[in-house]
Each structure stands twice: as C-alpha cells, then as structure tokens.
Design a binder for this molecule. Structure first.
Ligand SMILES: Nc1nc2c(ncn2[C@@H]2O[C@H](COP(=O)(O)OP(=O)(O)O)[C@@H](O)[C@H]2O)c(=O)[nH]1
Ligand SMILES: [Mg+2]
Length: 454
C-alpha cells in the first residue's frame, strides 16, 4: 500500500534535509518533486492541484521555527494536507434508528462486492451486530452461489431464496422479512455489477434504493484500477447517491492514486479498505494512519494497538530495560518471537513499522510458522550460557546445536543474524521512539518530527 509514493516522498525529504533553511528556491524544488510524485502515484490532477496549493501557502507563509529543519517542516505540512484530502477523521458506518439497517453494496463487476459483503458482515458480527446477507446478483449463475459459500465459511446467516424467487426486488424483500422475523439488525444486499455502467443496472439499483431507503450505499472500487475506480465512483454517485466507499485490493496497489483521490472527487468518505483475499483482510479506513504510512512513519498507531492487545506490558518494560542495558539475550529473543507470533506474520508487522534503520535488514527476514518453530527449536538446543551470550556460539558449538535441533549450521548462522538485527531494531524503537515497547506504550504519541532522521 502506498509504497511507491512513500519512497518518492521520502527521497524529497531526504534532499531537503541537507538544507539549513527554507528558502523560496529549495521549497520550489521540493514542491515540484512532491507534485511529480503525486502525479506518478496516479492521484487525480484536481486533488494534486488542491494539495499543492495548500502546501505552498502554508510552507511559504509559515514562520520558520528554529527547532525544526526544512525537511521536518515540509513533512508536517504535507502530513496535515494528506489528512485533509483523505478526510480529517475516520468515517464510521451509520446505522438506522430502527433496525434493520440496510446496507447496499454496489459497484462494477469484479471490484470485490461479494467478497466485501462477506468481509463487512464478518466485521459487523465481530462488532456486536447481527448481519443477514442476501445476493441479488441474479444474472450470473454462480454469483449467488458464491455468497452462499462465503456465508458458510464465515458462519453468517444468508437469505438464499426459495424456488422460483428470481427477481432482485423479491429476494431483497424476502430477506428483509426474514431479518425482521429472526431479529437480525443489519441486512447486506450484494448487488449485481456490470463491466461498464449501464442503464438497466442503474434502474434496478435505483428501485432497490427507493424501496429500502438504505442507511448506507457503499460503492466498492478496485484500488488497482486507479483513476478508473475514481471515475466510476463519481458516476455511481451522480446516478445513485452513494454514502461511502470500500476500496479493495489495496494490498496490490503500490501507488495509492484511487485512495488519495476518491474523497475529494466524489465528496464521499472512504469507509473500509480490503487488504487481501482472506475474510479478515478488511479494516476501517483511518486517514491519519494512511498519511503516516505514506510519509514512511509506518502505521505506528495500528502497530501499537496490536501490541497492546497481545503483549504483556510488564514483560515489555522488562524487555526495554534489558535492551537499554544490552542484556537482551537469545532467550529473550525466543520469547519475543513467541509474542510476535500472536501479532500476526512478521511481514505484516514490519509493514506497519516506520521505515528506519535496521528495519531494512529485517525486510527479507520472512518468518513463517514453520520457521518460527525451527528458531525456537534452535534456541532450545543451546545451553543456558550460549543463550545468554551469543558470542560463544563458535563453529563446533554451531554443529552441535544444528544436530540437536535437526537443522544445519547455516540455519544457526541465519538465526544469529536475525537476532542481532532484531536487537538493533528494537533498540532503535525503544530509544528513538520514546520507548514504544516500554513505559509509554499506554499513551503513545506520534514520533516527534525530531525523531525522524532522514
Ligand atoms: N488481493 C485482494 N483480492 C480481493 C480483494 N477483494 C476482492 N478480491 C478478489 O477480487 C476478485 C473479485 O471479487 P468478487 O467479490 O467476486 O467481485 P464482485 O464481482 O464485485 O462481486 C476475487 O478473486 C476476490 O478474491 C482484496 O481486498 N484483495
Ligand atoms: Mg459478486
């Protein structure tokens, strides 16, 4: 997500870092590059224009604060403006005063409507709601079946219709009846899509809208189609009136043009993003977190939330003390890995972290379940002394440990490398970022601009 843009912007800031003061010239150059970066990320030209104007006004009009470098000031301004175009706050799903709430899922074919209907239902049921799904995509034979399969998979009720019930309106009405009878509080209507917007489809959607007065009409857009997604969102909004957007396939979109343009162009908020094919690869969209991610601060907040959910704070404090005093041993490393396992894949965690220092070295250290088990086995095969001091592990000890853990001396080497890299990384975090794993974890603030060393 946003990798390309993020990389380019960081380059701009890096160049600015060499400058002592913000002048008209270096500012001009930086602005030009930021503009290029945005255009290359396929951001809508109107959005780029607006953003650049605001950044320029703020940057040139701003009093130069002695304690900030030009790079830091520009980052701060761009950060604020990104949040501004992404939406200043998280846009939550709305619910009807009188249940059931009706949510219509609309969009072009293949954008991810059916998958998102499942994902959103699952998300709702995890958030104390009782969804009922119905597919009214009666044109493609497999479409309704697809939602039935998903429903069984995620164990969410679905109205599948009775023999002869073949019209979208009939199906949706029966689903509403069933929802009321069985006390479900939300109905998700997965509608048909076409490859292009067409009259018949719009007519059908308008009729459904008139009958059900949905609280939300969510337009599903495929992020990978960039400005095409934005254009069709705009079109759907004009014809139907949408209330929000679900942007799917963000996992495959390195540029981010659609994400950055959709709100300004349609004036409707981005409510959820799809970040993978699995049903839990779905999250509410947070503008501030996205801005942080784009600027390379990583999705620090999401990370912190996850850490807070899974890591024992006392243990984290102890860990930080050890890191600061250089007492972080292989044994601690093993315990940390076990903790990490609770957080999700190593890769997904790294993706959320700020891109600083040692992290790059860890980027390729993909640790999967099997590998994690192997690492734990290796560390278990060491003597307590070796665990306390990895420098002891020489050639012959390596062989012994490899034998004991059913691995090779090369595996031991790799592990030691990962361990030293992790140690370095954690130290950077615990020191440089205000004790992220330690005492400030409960009331974390964003890294100050001074913490960002380019
Ligand atoms: N990688 C990825 N694939 C997705 C995501 N959402 C949907 N897909 C895939 O996109 C394809 C089309 O999805 P589908 O829900 O059938 O689209 P529909 O025609 O709009 O109902 C399927 O292969 C999905 O697995 C996502 O967030 N990430
Ligand atoms: Mg579908």
């Amino acid at each position: 997500m946003f990798e390309n843009l993020s990389e380019k912007l960081q380059k701009v800031f890096k160049n600015l870092r060499g400058e002592g003061k913000l002048t008209a010239e270096n500012m001009e150059a930086a602005l030009r590059e930021i503009r290029m970066a945005l255009l290359e990320a396929d951001v809508h030209f109107r959005v780029v224009k607006q953003l650049m104007e605001n950044v320029k006004t703020k940057a040139l009009g701003q009093e130069v604060l002695a304690s900030f470098s030009p790079a830091q000031q520009v980052i701060k301004i761009v950060h604020d403006e990104l949040i501004h175009i992404l939406g200043s706050h998280q846009s939550k799903l709305r619910f009807a005063n009188e249940p059931p709430t009706v949510i219509m899922i609309v969009g072009l074919q293949g954008s991810g409507k059916t998958t998102s209907t499942g994902k959103l239902s699952r998300w709702l049921s995890k958030n104390a709601h009782t969804p009922l799904m119905v597919s009214v995509d009666v044109y493609r034979p497999a479409a309704r079946k697809q939602l039935s399969v998903i429903a069984r998979d995620i164990k969410i009720p679905i109205y599948e219709g009775v023999e002869g019930e073949t019209k979208p309106m009939e199906l949706a009405k029966s689903a509403r009846r069933e929802a009321i009878q069985t006390g479900r509080d939300t109905i998700l209507i997965d509608t048909a899509g076409r490859l292009h917007i067409d009259e018949d489809l719009m007519q059908e959607l308008s009729e459904l809208k008139a009958e059900f007065n949905p609280t939300e009409i969510l337009f599903v857009a495929d992020a990978m189609t960039g400005q095409d997604a934005v254009k069709s969102a705009e079109e759907f909004h004009k014809r139907l009136g949408i209330t929000g957007v679900i942007l799917t396939k963000m996992d495959g979109d390195a540029r981010g043009g659609a994400a950055l343009s959709i709100r300004t162009v349609t004036d409707q908020p981005l409510k959820f993003i799809g970040v993978g094919e699995k049903f839990d690869a779905f999250e509410p969209f947070h503008p501030d977190r996205a801005a942080n991610r784009i600027l390379g601060m990583g999705d620090v907040l999401s990370f912190i939330e996850k850490v807070e959910q899974s890591v024992d704070k006392k243990q984290a404090e102890e860990m930080q003390r050890k890191l600061m005093d250089n007492e972080f041993t292989l044994e601690d490393f093993r315990d940390q890995l076990k903790q990490l396992r609770k957080l999700g894949s190593f890769e997904s965690i790294l993706g959320m972290m700020p891109q600083i220092g040692a992290l790059k070295e860890l980027k390729n250290a993909k640790v999967d379940e099997k590998e994690l088990t192997r690492i734990v086995a290796i560390i278990d095969s060491m003597t307590p002394k070796e665990r306390a001091n990895h420098m002891l592990v020489n050639g012959s000890r390596r062989k012994r440990i490899a034998m004991g853990s059913g691995t090779t001396p090369q595996d031991i080497n790799n592990l030691l490398k990962q361990y030293t890299a992790a140690r370095k990384m954690m130290k950077t975090f615990s020191g440089g970022m205000g004790g992220m794993l330690g005492k400030k974890m409960g009331r974390f603030k964003l890294p100050s601009l001074e913490d960002l060393k380019f």
